[in-house]
Design a protein around this ligand. Structure first.
Ligand code: ADP
Length: 359
């Protein structure tokens, strides 16, 4: 039940957009979330897997079978769209059973399998109801049951939560992951919501300009982004331009920062990453000597409920802080271990170690 893209490229006829050199594997039971800015190629990847576009070069394998040129209906893939696309006049079980009807399964078995699929998404008691009497979240669970009812070879999730309220979205994230795990099925999940990708994906793929920039486990992606594009796109980030001045020392607009410079020569141009929640706010300069302590002036201070987000002017740079501390902030300490140096984007994205093999 695995999915493989082997060196797949596709350019829209007459245009310049598409996807290029996609090497990606989704293991059996794995949920791979794909994120990237608008126009980065996420939908095109889905179209290629589902069969609504055919690669110019490369192959797509599902369960080891070459499906590159098969029409969509012969690929046996379950799909959940943003719009639930349920038949409003049909009961839930008939909606869920529809793919079985298309496959000419006998009615008795259709009903039994539909009820079983509805039970998997917690809606067994609603089998005779019609979709309009359900909430958006419930309708999307029906769509998930319908996508899985015929034991597809892989599952495609196309922005499945975008149409739902924030509170419902969180519940449904957990629900989808639970059902997907239960089904043990390779899943490609396209979303523009990076928090959704980080919380649901076994691995997350970041796309940019039609290419995969990095594919990694959520924490690895967040803690060790490969380049500036990924760091800026995944989570919030302080990103300062820097120059390695000596081993363990980088010049930045804030001043000299102590951090690990392994792998970078003296004089190398770098981007310096520090996540806002890793920056420690201080009410005053500490007595004991600590590395990377800077005085500054707060120029923006936003209360966000659980957190507070501040921008501190330090030297000719800005340090963004995310903290639960509510008292006045006059300085920051940036722990050296919370700092990562990133190379210029163009060299990092060519590193083959960061493309799509499951671990
Ligand atoms: P995403 O889903 O990440 O927003 P898409 O896969 O839709 O990105 O688009 C990738 C690239 O292909 C973009 O440059 C987009 O402009 C281009 N593109 C998408 N659909 C078409 C189309 N039907 N014809 C021509 N170009 C397209």
């Amino acid at each position: 039940m695995s999915v493989r893209f082997e060196n797949v490229s596709f350019r829209y006829p007459g245009g310049t957009g598409g996807v290029f050199d996609i090497d990606l594997e989704i293991a059996t039971g794995e949920l791979l979330a794909v994120i990237g800015p608008s126009g980065s190629g996420k939908s095109t990847l889905l179209k290629l897997l589902s069969g609504f576009a055919v690669p110019d070069t490369g192959r797509i394998l599902v369960d080891g079978r070459d499906v590159t040129r098969l029409p969509p209906h012969e690929r046996a893939l379950g799909v959940v769209f943003q719009s639930y696309a349920l038949f409003p006049h049909m009961s839930l079980w008939r909606n869920v059973a529809y793919p079985l009807k298309v496959r000419k399964i006998a009615k008795k078995e259709r009903r039994a399998r539909a009820l079983d699929a509805l039970a998997r998404v917690g809606l067994a008691d609603f089998a005779e109801r019609a979709p309009p009497s359900l909430s958006g979240g419930q309708q999307q669970r029906v769509a998930l049951a319908r996508a899985l009812v015929f034991s597809p070879r892989a599952l495609l999730l196309d922005e499945p939560l975008s149409a739902l309220d924030a509170s419902l979205r969180n519940d449904l994230r957990d629900e989808i992951v639970r059902v997907q795990r239960g089904a043990g099925i390779a899943t490609l999940h396209v979303t523009h919501d990076q928090e959704e990708a980080l919380s649901m994906g076994d691995r997350v793929a970041v796309m940019h300009a039609g290419r995969l920039v990095q594919v990694a486990k959520p924490r690895e992606l967040y803690d060790r982004p490969l380049n500036r594009t990924v760091a800026a796109f995944v989570g919030h980030a302080n990103l300062w331009p820097g120059v390695v001045e000596a081993a363990g020392r980088v010049g930045t607009p804030l001043g000299l920062l102590a951090c690990d410079t392994t792998g970078f020569a003296n004089g190398a141009q770098v981007t310096v990453l520090a996540r806002p929640e890793a920056v420690q706010p201080l009410a005053e300069l500490p007595n004991a000597s600590r590395p990377n302590v800077f005085y500054g002036l707060v120029n923006a201070d936003r209360f966000l409920g659980a957190q507070r987000r501040c921008d501190l002017e330090v030297g000719s740079g800005i340090v963004r802080i995310e903290t639960t501390i509510r008292t006045a902030i006059h300085a920051v300490s940036i722990p050296p271990e919370a700092i990562r140096l990133l190379p210029p984007d163009s060299t990092a994205s060519q590193n083959p170690a960061h493309t799509g093999k499951p671990s």
